[in-house]
Each structure stands twice: as C-alpha cells, then as structure tokens.
Design a protein around this ligand. Structure first.
Ligand code: MG
Ligand code: MG
Length: 294
C-alpha cells in the first residue's frame, strides 16, 4: 500500500511536469492554429512563445518545486515560508511568471506580509497550478487541515474564493487518487460537490476551447478532458490541444491524471523527453513530501 502511494505521488509530480512541458509548446495558440501547425500536438518538443528546449518546463513546475523545498525545510506549509521561496524563485529570473504572482510578490518584498489582500480580480490559475506539494505534504491529514494549508500557500499571491475553491479541490482530489480512488469516485466525491458549491465551475454547457488563465476556464477545460478520456496520455493530449493557457491546463490535468492512472500510465516517450534534472527533482521531492510525518 505504502509503495503504491509513493509511486502515485511520483506519477502526479511527473504528470505535472509533463503536462507543463507538453502544453508550453502551444500556449496562447488557438485550437485551429495548433491543428494547422501540428495536426494533433502530442510530443514534448519544446519551442512555443518561450522558445523552450525539448523537455523544458515553465513556472507551473518550477514554482511547485520551490514551494515543495520550502515545505520540506520548514516541516510544514507556512505562508511565510512559501512567500520567501516564491520571492527567491522570482530572483532567479524565471522564463515566465504570471502578473498576479509578480505583483503580489513585489508587495511582499515591500511589506514583509506574506498574505496578499483579498481581491475579486486575483482569480487566475497561478495558486492552483502549484498546489501539488501541499497535497503530498498533507496526505493523511484531516480535510480542514488540508484546506488551511492550501490557502496558506495560495494567499501569498491569489487571495480569492474561486482560486481557493479550485486549489482545495485539486489537493483533495489528488490525495483521493493517490489513495486509489477511481475516476467515478473523484466525480462523485469531489467534482460534483465543487460545482454544487461554486456553480461557476459548471463545465458541461459547451466544449471549453482556448481556456484563459482565469481559474474557472482552466478548470472547465481540465475537468472536460479528465472526464471524457480514459488514460493519462489521452487526457493530456485532449487538454493541451484546446490551446490557451495550455501549459497550465496541462500541468493541472497532469497532476490529477498522474495520480489517477499511476506510473504505468505515463508514456515512456514523454518521460524520456522530460528534462533530466526536472524529472529527478520531481521524483525526489514527491518521495520526501509523502514521507513527512502527518
Ligand atoms: Mg507556465
Ligand atoms: Mg500558463
């Protein structure tokens, strides 16, 4: 059982990185532009507006790794630890950074207060995309503690109820999947309740193409792809070919589908293509995070 949990935690982290690397190639493209250039985009090949090397990842993965190291150093998820880790990450001049993340980290530098003020506008997907290390570190904790830890890291940059709802959903759904829940269990136990609590997340009215960085559109695309496919590979190809914020929909779908389908679901060609250092860092950190005392 324990070995299975560690393997699924690693698969979730590798899934995040694979989705990020796969999606970044087509970030900000429309589905039509993607079809014109690739037919179906299905290989980790770099390029895109960031001119990535093959296998290179973006902020979605590197912010997650930065947060995870802070959690391991502190032995817990703390707002200050997360804020300091994100600030140090920003000083490395990352290849991409969200506007809300940048603005609120600059505010943290000035004030030293790790929690951003509540804002109805800060409903981007930047806090949800990096929630995985919190999910792994709090595996086995009660739901209220998981939700509190998720919000502590999220509010450093995104203090917003829609962002919170998505990030809490993701952490709890990933934990369920790591413990062996099937897709129908996630639907009954997490996806339906999310839409009941926050009807904006309803995702069935039309196919969500070209999802923006707004967390609601991001989650609509991710949930459609997750529920309408039957494997890790199909899910990720489906979601990134919708274009838009494709590295982030890829990263979020990747963490969920990685946990759900486990290590055997990860395509070997994507594993081989992923940057070596990133692959090792993700596997390593996943193991250490689930090893933290609950
Ligand atoms: Mg990115
Ligand atoms: Mg993005």
């Amino acid at each position: 059982m324990r070995a299975g949990i560690v393997a699924r935690a690693e698969a979730a982290y590798l899934g995040l990185a694979m989705g990020d690397a796969l999606g970044a190639t087509v970030e900000f493209m429309t589905p039509r532009e993607i079809r014109g250039k690739f037919g179906i985009h299905k290989d980790i090949c770099g390029g895109g507006w960031l001119y990535l090397k093959r296998g290179q990842v973006t902020d979605d993965t590197t912010m997650s790794l930065a947060l995870g190291e802070a959690i391991l150093a502190d032995g817990a998820v703390t707002a200050l630890g997360a804020a300091q880790a994100f600030d140090a990450w920003m000083r490395t001049k990352p290849i991409d950074i969200g506007n809300t993340v940048r603005r609120n980290l600059i505010a943290f530098r000035k004030t030293g207060v790790p929690e951003a003020p509540p804002s109805e506008h800060d409903a981007g997907n930047g806090a949800a995309m990096r929630v995985l290390p919190v999910a792994l570190a709090t595996l086995g904790r009660d739901e209220a503690a998981v939700r509190a830890a998720v919000r502590a890291q999220a509010h450093v940059t995104h203090h917003n109820p829609q962002s919170d709802a998505a990030a809490e959903f993701l952490a709890l759904a990933v934990q369920d999947a790591i413990r062996g829940a099937a897709l129908r269990d996630l639907y009954r136990g997490r996806i339906r309740p999310l839409v009941v609590a926050q009807p904006q997340f309803a995702y069935r009215s039309k196919r969500r193409e070209n999802p923006s960085g707004w967390i609601v559109e991001t989650m609509q695309a991710v949930l459609q792809s997750l529920l309408d496919t039957g494997s890790f590979e199909e899910c990720l190809i489906d979601v990134v070919n919708r274009g838009g914020d494709a590295d982030t929909t890829g990263a979020i779908a990747g963490m969920l589908a990685g946990a759900l389908y486990g290590p055997d679901g990860l395509p070997f060609r994507w594993l081989k293509a992923l940057d070596r250092d990133v692959m090792v860092a993700c596997e390593n950190q996943a193991r250490r995070l689930v090893g933290l005392p609950a």
